[in-house]
Design a binder for this molecule. Structure first.
Ligand SMILES: Nc1ncnc2c1ncn2[C@@H]1O[C@H](COP(=O)(O)OP(=O)(O)OP(=O)(O)O)[C@@H](O)[C@H]1O
Ligand SMILES: [Mg+2]
Length: 274
């Protein structure tokens, strides 16, 4: 890969965060965790436990009632340059070409001159295997291709911390597995810190150095599991390792324990982990 990578994994910490929407109940009370620079952390938890809320707190889109979020030692805000965000659905501008979508953030940030922006955007499109679609409009792309464009757009800003909110959950299983592998290749080349939200246990194990299992509001972190599987990881090999299945069992047990505490525990709640 021909990289211009300047991104370095950002150091990140959340200390003693408490938050609730308006006058509603607290979703978190005293939530703390940190990541090492370049670490890949998956946050796993049932629907409604506060995963998206956490990402919005960590990115500064929401302000905690108490506590602080620091990136490289400085308080976070949505303008923090080290921060990138990939949403569950790609949110591309339908009237802009694929290339211009990737270039958009660079233009907004006033980074590089026009020609250099184009070259930079092309390089990141090439990284996600879509250079040949540079001139297409988003509606002519498949769901997986659109999500790749969205990832290229975030990566083009070379964030030190990439927040990803269930980015592949709307995709079919095969595309999802391909994109998991692609994300790991990009991450090992670029070295960002990644916080990846998912409710898919296998995806969390396959990707992460560490999986954080969230409890129900307002309990915050229920358990953390370090995933000691060799890298590079690839689907047939990694997923066939006995340790992979053991981690799956362990995480399933943790999640079952979380769900047991839910007022509506039982079959319906468990389906969130299908
Ligand atoms: N804007 C809002 N105003 C009030 N309550 C909200 C708002 N957004 C989310 N909530 C509530 O906060 C809790 C956590 O929501 P959040 O979206 O963070 O969950 P999640 O874990 O991301 O769920 P999912 O897996 O379904 O995406 C839920 O009970 C939800 O109803
Ligand atoms: Mg969510």
């Amino acid at each position: 890969m021909n990289l211009i990578a300047t991104a370095h994994g950002a150091a990140f910490s959340a200390a003693n965060l408490s938050f609730g929407y308006g006058a509603g109940p607290e979703i978190f009370q005293g939530l703390s965790f940190r990541t090492e620079p370049g670490e890949f952390v998956a946050l796993l938890g049932p629907s409604g436990c506060g995963k998206t809320t956490i990402l919005n707190l960590l990115s500064g889109f929401l302000a905690p009632k108490r506590g602080a979020v620091l990136i490289n030692g400085r308080p976070v805000s949505p303008e923090t340059a080290e921060l990138g965000y990939v949403f569950q659905s790609p949110h591309l501008f339908p009237w802009l070409s694929v290339l211009e979508n990737v270039r958009f953030g660079l233009r907004m940030a006033g980074r590089l001159d026009g020609r250099a922006q184009i070259a930079h955007a092309r390089r990141y499109l090439a990284l996600v295997g879509l250079e040949h679609l540079s001139d297409e409009l988003p509606h002519r792309l498949s769901g997986g291709q659109r999500q790749r464009v969205s990832i290229a757009r975030s990566l083009a800003l070379e964030p030190g911390l990439l927040l990803m909110d269930e980015p592949f959950s709307a995709l079919d299983a095969i595309t999802r597995i391909e994109l998991n592998e692609e994300l790991l290749r990009l991450w090992s080349a670029l070295g960002q810190t990644i916080l990846f939200i998912t409710h898919d246990i296998d995806e969390a194990i396959f990707l992460a150095d560490r999986v954080i299992v969230l409890g129900l509001p307002p309990s915050g972190i229920y358990r953390e599991v370090a995933i000691d599987l060799p890298r590079p990881r690839d689907r047939p090999h990694t997923r066939s390792l006995p340790r992979f299945a053991e981690y799956g069992e362990m995480l399933m047990d943790h999640i079952a324990a979380v769900m047991k505490a839910a007022p509506s525990s039982g079959r319906i709640a468990q389906r969130n982990f299908a």
